[in-house]
Write a protein that binds this ligand. Structure first.
Ligand code: ATP
Ligand code: MG
Length: 242
C-alpha cells in the first residue's frame, strides 16, 4: 500500500467547552477520493479548515507529503488547494483578475495560458470579465472550483463543490475531477450532502457524527454493514441516532 499523502492523527478542535472535532484519525492515499460525510454541524468544515491551516487544532497532528503542517506550512500549502463557499474571493475584481491573483500568489508560470485553459474548461467565457460581486451563486461556485484547479494541486479539499451548480455543470465538474485524478494522481477530500454523488465519486467514506468518526469504508461496505438499501438510508439512520 502506498504512503498516504495526508495523515491525520487524533485531531481535536474545541470551541470553548464545545468539541467540534473529537479525536479523528484518517489517511488519504495518492489518487484517492475520500468522502467526508455527516449531518449539519458534524465537524466537516472545521476539519477542512484545520487541514488548510485556517483553524488551529486544539490537539493532534496533520501531515501532508510526509511533512508536518505546523512546521512546513508554506511548502505544503503550495501543493494544496480548496474550494468552499465560506471563503469568498475579492468581490471588486473580475473573474479573470481573481484567477490572476491566485496564479501570482502560487508563482505559476505562463499565467495567461493557464487562465484561458481553466476559463474554457469550466465554461466561464461568458462571465470572465464580470465583477465577482455580480456573479450568480453557481457562477461563483465555478470560479471557486476554477481557482482550486488552476494551481494543479496534489491534494484538493472540496467542501460541497457542486451544491449550487445546475445538473449539467455539476456532471461536467464530476467528470473533470475523475479525469484529473486519473491523469495526475490528484487526491481529494470531498464533502457533499448529495448521497448519489458520494456513491459515484468516492473511493472511501468517513462518516462524522458530532465530531467523531462513526463509520468508515467504501459506500458499498457502509451500506452493507448498516443493512440499508443505499447510502441515503444509512445517513438518515445515523443522523437520527442519539
Ligand atoms: N468559530 C466557531 N466557534 C464556535 N463554534 C463553531 C465555530 N465553527 C464551527 N463551530 C461549531 O462546530 C460544529 C461543527 O461545525 P462545521 O461547520 O464543521 O459542521 P459541518 O459538518 O461542516 O456542517 P454543515 O453540513 O452544516 O456544513 C457546529 O456545531 C458549529 O456551530
Ligand atoms: Mg460545512
Amino acid at each position: 500500500m502506498s504512503t498516504p499523502v495526508l495523515h491525520v492523527q487524533h485531531l481535536v478542535k474545541r470551541f470553548g467547552e464545545f468539541v467540534a472535532v473529537n479525536d479523528i484519525s484518517f489517511d488519504i492515499r495518492p489518487g484517492e477520493i475520500l468522502g467526508l460525510l455527516g449531518p449539519n454541524g458534524a465537524g466537516k468544515t472545521t476539519t477542512i479548515q484545520m487541514l488548510l491551516g485556517l483553524v488551529t487544532p486544539t490537539s493532534g497532528s496533520i501531515q501532508m507529503f510526509g511533512l508536518n503542517l505546523e512546521t512546513h506550512r508554506e511548502a505544503i500549502l503550495q501543493q494544496v488547494n480548496f474550494s468552499s463557499t465560506y471563503v469568498s474571493m475579492p468581490q471588486a475584481l473580475t473573474v479573470e483578475e481573481n484567477l490572476w491573483v491566485i496564479a501570482r500568489l502560487y508563482g505559476l508560470p505562463q499565467i495567461q495560458e493557464r487562465v484561458n485553459d481553466i476559463v474554457k474548461r469550466f465554461e466561464m467565457e461568458e462571465f470572465r470579465h464580470k465583477i465577482t460581486r455580480k456573479l450568480s451563486s453557481g457562477q461563483s461556485t465555478r470560479l471557486g472550483l476554477a481557482k482550486a484547479f488552476l494551481t494543479e494541486p496534489k491534494i484538493l479539499f472540496l467542501d460541497e463543490p457542486t451544491a449550487s451548480l445546475d445538473p449539467d455543470i455539476a456532471q461536467k465538474i464530476r467528470s473533470f475531477l475523475k479525469e484529473e485524478r486519473r491523469s495526475s494522481g490528484l487526491s481529494v477530500l470531498y464533502t457533499s450532502h448529495n448521497m448519489h454523488e458520494m456513491e459515484e465519486m468516492t473511493d472511501r467514506i468517513i462518516f462524522l457524527q458530532r465530531g467523531k468518526i462513526v463509520a468508515e469504508g467504501t459506500a458499498q461496505e457502509i451500506v452493507a454493514r448498516f443493512g440499508q438499501a443505499d447510502l441515503e438510508e444509512v445517513f438518515v439512520k445515523l443522523a437520527r441516532e442519539k
